[in-house]
Design a protein around this ligand. Sequence first.
Ligand SMILES: [Zn+2]
Ligand SMILES: [Zn+2]
Length: 388
Amino acid sequence: MNPRIGAQEQIKALTARLIGLSKRIHSKPELGFEEEQACQWLSEALADAGFSVERGICDLPTAFAARAGHGPLHVAICAEYDSLPGIGHACGHNIIAASAVGAGIAAARVADDAGLTVSLIGTPAEEVGDSSGKILLLERGAFAAPHIAMMVHPAPWDVVMPKIIAASMFEVEYVGKEAHASAFPELGINAADALTLAQAAIGLLRQHIRPSDRIHGIITHGGEAPNIVPARSRAKYIIRGETVKELEELRPRVHKCFEAGALATGSKLKIIGGSKPYAEMRHDPEIAEIYRRNAEALGRKFRDLGPLLERAAASTDMGNVSLAIPSIHPMIGIDSLPAVNHQPEFTQHCISEAANNALVDGAMAMAMTAIDLAMDATSLQRLTAARA
Ligand SMILES: [Zn+2]
Ligand SMILES: [Zn+2]
């Protein structure tokens, strides 16, 4: 049988089940590294389809790897399934997970005819910003065998090669000393003031950084009571740059702003995390082009977004994967505007009819792309030679 037709029929037969899976994950949002239910549901769906499934790989309890087929081109399809604190699946990782399962099962069904080995890798905790699922999985060898990696991510529009920049999340803690804020303020060391000063310094630093750099954060602890001088303050910050190199040039300058707060108030500063940043994404242009062709054949439109495409840059640990093996991370449109990712309104859009269509189209376009690559001698040669 023609592998493309076989895979298409498989996805058609699976559609109701894929949508059910997406809705189920959406209805029970789990934070990074706590995605027990999602991991179980996805693993079960893949085991039912004949994959050999290993859960808890690389010492990550909510990661998994499922494998099928023995063909010469080994394709990894990444499934994300973590949510965001307070606003659930506002990044639509339920769609990512369901489309990955659809693509994986369809490609596996025709693996022998197409010449594919299919690995579906369950990658937890994409939203954590530091030492995330794919970064740890990469370090621990989960991507050592596949030749290429792919996934689709929901967004307001379809974009074949979205701008994905480097990012690093870290925590900041100041320790000062309590005192009665009115009777004995001279005995206190104000840790909240340290954070205020650091934020003012960062605000001034913004004039002198690259337009592509980003610094943003939240205060997670600012004191206990207004009549106690705050002895402890905490914040979480993310810094971003076009590349890891530019990010690492920005980092010491931001750290100095936090040091300024400590110096001025006499608080002690501790910076926690930030050692395993998200890398910029290097899209493989050939795989991206084949994906585009397959997505367009399904009626997907890739509009020219002009400067918005450059402006709307985000980060993902798929960037780290893309620096190791040829990868794609297209955005798949769910017609959500004016709602955008990380808004509660977007959470609602992630189970809309457009979202369901997107996950089916994403599954189809990924499966077709994997099949096209495996059946094209030149692509197969290029992609397998890189690992040989
Ligand atoms: Zn996301
Ligand atoms: Zn997100």
